[in-house]
Design a protein around this ligand. Sequence first.
Ligand SMILES: [Zn+2]
Length: 68
Amino acid sequence: MVGVCRGCDSHAALAEAMVEIDERAAIVRCRGCSHTLFTVMRDEGGVRVMVASLSSLERSLQRDIPQS
Ligand SMILES: [Zn+2]
């Protein structure tokens, strides 16, 4: 799955993003510019995803390699 960063227009596989995790949240950052792409929060009420600099998320039917 390829994510596009609004901060630097990088197209990269989501697996390449940097992730900071603690017991309540996972912060997913762009490897190109370190902006927060999205944050996943977890608490007793459930899970919440807050989108920040993630412009789009694309899943190719062919392959998951950025086209750039
Ligand atoms: Zn970026």
